[in-house]
Design a binder for this molecule. Sequence first.
Ligand SMILES: Cc1cc2nc3c(=O)[nH]c(=O)nc-3n(C[C@H](O)[C@H](O)[C@H](O)COP(=O)(O)O)c2cc1C
Length: 486
Amino acid sequence: MRRYAPLLLVALCAVGAVVVSCVGASAWWWGAAAVLLALTAAGLWDLFQRRRPVPRGHPLVGRLMYRAHVAELHEDGEDGDEFLVPSMGPVEPAEAEPRVRVGGPDCALPYDMALLNVSALSFGALSPNAVLALNRGAALGRFAHDTGEGGLTDHHLRGGGDLIWEIGSGYFGCRTSEGDFDAREFADKAALPEVRCVSLKLSQGALPGSGGILPGAKVNAEVARVRAVREGETVVSPPCHRVFSTPRELVLFIGRLRELAGGKPTGFKLCVGSRREFLAVCKAMLAEGVTPDFVVVDGAEGGTGAPPEYTARLGLPLTEGLIGVHNALVGTGLRDRIRIGASGRVATGADIVERLAQGADYTNAGRAMLRALGCVGAGRCHTGTCPAGIATQDPLRTRALHVGDKSRRVHRYQRDTVRGAVRIMAALGVTEPGLLGPGHLVRRTDATRVRSYAELYEWLEPGELRAGPPRSWAADWAAADPDSFS
Ligand SMILES: Cc1cc2nc3c(=O)[nH]c(=O)nc-3n(C[C@H](O)[C@H](O)[C@H](O)COP(=O)(O)O)c2cc1C
C-alpha cells in the first residue's frame, strides 16, 4: 500500500487546500489547491491507464522511475563488430511469415515454429498476469510460448497460445512426492491440446551445473502448490536429472517423453560446455536410432537470477555453442531431422538473421519479451518487488501489468521483429531462412579487416565425422562415449 501513499497524501492535501480556500483564506490557497488537484488527477490517470505498468503500480512517483530506466534498455543487442552482408541483387520480402517445421521421423504431430518465440520463463519467477499476457500474445501471433521449468499452470492455459512444456530437473508439474519424474501425470498434461512440444531442460545460460533458483519471497501458496514444494522456502532445482545419467539414457528418455506425449515434438535445451559431451549425445542418438526433434542452444550470456560471476563465464557464448551444435549434427548426418533453436540476447530482426546464418532454424527471446511486457530493468526480480508487476507474486504489484494491453504489445513486438528479419533477409537476397549461411555474416577481426563467418569457423560436411573426422575434431570424436558424460 505504501506505493499509493504519495497519491493519497496529495489527494488529502488537495481536499484540505480546497476547504481552506472556501472558508475565505488568501487567494494563494486557490493556487495551491489547483496544483494539488492537478497532481491528484495525474496520479489517478497513472492508476487507471493501461500502457505503462510502473506508473500504474506507483501512481505519481512511477513516472520518474519509468523515465530513469528507458534509456538503458535500448543498448542491448547491438554489436558494432559484426555485419550482415547485403546483396547487390536484393529480393522482395516474402509476404507470408516463414515457419519452420519441427518434427523428426518419430514425431507424429509436427509443429510449425515461428522464427521468434517466447523463451522459457517460469511461473513463480513471473507473475500470473505476466504469464497470461505472454500466452495471449502468443495466441494473437501464433507463435510458441515456453512454460519454463516452473510447471504448466492455468495461467499458461487460459490464453489459448501454443505451449512448449519445459521439464526441468525438479520435474515441477509431473513430480512424485519423492521428487522423481511422474510418467502418468506427465502423459495427462502433455495430452492437452495447448501443449504442442515438450522440452527437457538440461541447463540454461549462466546457470549450467546448478538448477534454477526461486527465492522464498516468491514462493506463495499457489507457486508452492504448482511446484509441490513448501510455501516461503527457496526452491533450488537439483543440478542434474534423476532419470538419466549418461548420454544414452538421456536420448532414451527423450524417446520415452515423446511416446508419453503421444508423438509431439520433443527436444532438449542446454547451454553448451564441452564439445566432446555433445558428440557423446550424438553417438548415443546414432547407436539407439532415437533423435530429439529439436535442440535449443542457450548462450552463457543468458538472463537469470544467477550469481553475477556465473553470467557469461560459465558455458559457451551463443555463437560458439550454436556453431558447435550445428556442426556436430551436420557432421554426424543428423542435422536433417533435428531443428536448432537459439536463445541469448535475441531482440531484433538482425539478431534473428544473424543466428539463422550461424546455424539456427528459429530463435527464442526471454528478456526482450519481458521488455515488451513493460520490464524496466529494475533489477529486483529476486526480491518479488518488481515495479512492473512482472517478476512478483504480490497481487497488488501484479495489478500494474494490464494483461490486455501487454498481450497486444507482446504480439506486436514479435510480429514487427519477425517482419524486420524478413526484410533484412530480402536485402541479403535470401527468399527463405533455410538459405542463410555463414557467408552472410562478417566480423571485424582488427582495425582494417573483416572476415566472413564462412572463413572464420570450420564448417563440416554432412556425415563427415562418421566418414572420417577432420584433425580438429578427431580427438573429441574419438573420446566421445555414449555411456558417459565425463
Ligand atoms: C525471469 C527469467 C526466468 C527464466 N526461467 C527459465 C526457466 O524456467 N527455464 C529455462 O530454461 N530458462 C529460463 N530462463 C532463461 C531464458 O529462457 C533464456 O534462456 C535466457 O534468458 C537467455 O535469453 P534472453 O537473453 O532472450 O533472455 C529464465 C530467464 C529469466 C530472465
